[in-house]
Design a protein around this ligand. Structure first.
Ligand SMILES: NC(=O)c1ccc[n+]([C@@H]2O[C@H](COP(=O)([O-])OP(=O)(O)OC[C@H]3O[C@@H](n4cnc5c(N)ncnc54)[C@H](O)[C@@H]3O)[C@@H](O)[C@H]2O)c1
Length: 310
């Protein structure tokens, strides 16, 4: 099986690359290294330093490699950047994705898997009912609008050209290789700052609720999607549980013997207060459920950052 993974030098993509290689599959990585790192790329994967917005070069890669599966993780991932410059966000997250969908049809790709975002597609999580895949998308950022748009295009390519597509709507993913200096990834940011005995900032009152899912479980959801015989699917991928940012801070503080208090900053404009996903559908249809508890995942992530510092 030949799999082309876009964003395979990044946090989630590179973890998927490693697992596919473990399975003995042939892996091609397409990444422009804008946030990804060359050192993340498994040496057994073939790497193309290509921008997904460059259709002609991308076309040459598709024609040369003839992949069976496209696993699309390359993206502009900064929600605030998308608010500041929606056109730039759309040029990568919509047009770049469309380039891949067009080429997938032209090159008769067997399956297209997309990294979508459950944390931004549904907007604020209100009431007791967790957002399900059948809920109407109500994104509150250009980043979320782009993810929802790509899913509509996926539906179009499926309906009109018969392309097999699966979209995975992730909650907050965390784990080894997440960038601790980015704008997203509160767990890696907190761990890195605590290990360096630096101040930790909390925006707002810390009561925001988040659903954290460990990267190994996300990799597993991707593998199950690649192996499934579903022709079309949209699935939430989360832990099914929430924790507040302040409780997360306290957990990490204990695990790392950090002795400072958090520094509170004004809330970030547009930040969602509660984000959590129903995972009933993926449990039922792909037989996937999260295996790594938050405590276990945090310990593994801490180990990774400690080793990196050594
Ligand atoms: N991390 C999360 O919690 C989370 C949640 C929901 C969805 N996602 C989605 O998962 C995917 C991977 O996210 P991540 O957290 O691993 O981020 P990441 O920044 O580590 O990975 C993104 C990768 O895409 C590459 N890239 C960016 N623009 C590109 C372009 N124009 N052409 C080619 N490559 C390009 C980057 O160099 C990087 O390697 C993204 O699509 C993101 O939107 C992530």
């Amino acid at each position: 099986m030949k799999i082309l993974i876009t964003g395979g030098a990044g946090f989630i993509g590179s973890n998927i690359v490693d697992e596919c290689i473990k399975k003995g599959w042939n892996v091609i990585v397409v990444d422009n290294l804008s946030t990804g790192k060359k050192e993340n790329i498994n040496y057994k994967a073939k790497f193309y330093n290509v921008d997904i917005t460059d259709f002609e070069t991308l076309k040459k890669v598709f024609e040369k490699e003839n992949p069976d599966i496209i696993n699309h993780h390359a993206a502009q991932i900064d929600v605030r950047k998308s608010v500041a410059n929606p056109q730039y966000d759309a040029s990568i997250n919509i047009i770049g994705s469309l380039n891949l969908l067009e080429l997938s049809v032209k090159c008769k790709v067997k399956k297209f898997i997309f990294a979508s975002s459950g944390g931004t597609i549904y907007g604020e999580c209100k009431g007791k009912r967790l957002p399900k895949e059948s809920n109407k998308p109500l994104p509150e950022s250009p980043y979320g609008c782009a993810k929802a748009s790509v899913e509509f295009y996926m539906w179009y390519y499926h309906k009109v050209y018969g392309l097999n597509v699966i979209s995975l709507r992730y909650a907050n993913v965390y784990g080894p290789r997440q960038d601790p200096f980015g704008e997203a990834g509160v767990i890696s940011i907190f761990i890195n700052r605590m290990l360096n005995n630096e101040d930790v900032y909390i925006f707002g009152d810390g009561k925001q609720m988040r659903d954290f899912v460990f990267v190994k479980d996300v990799v597993d959801a991707n593998i199950k999607s690649m192996l499934s015989n579903k022709n079309f699917g949209i699935y939430n991928v989360g832990s099914g549980k929430t924790i507040s940012i302040i409780s997360l801070f306290k957990k990490l503080k204990n695990l790392l013997n950090y002795n400072k208090s958090p520094i509170y900053q004004p809330p970030r404009k547009g930040e969602i207060l509660k984000s959590c996903l129903s995972i009933d559908l993926i449990k039922k249809e792909l037989n996937w459920s999260p295996k790594v508890s938050l405590d276990e995942g945090l310990k593994k992530t801490i180990e990774y950052f400690k080793n990196k510092m050594r």
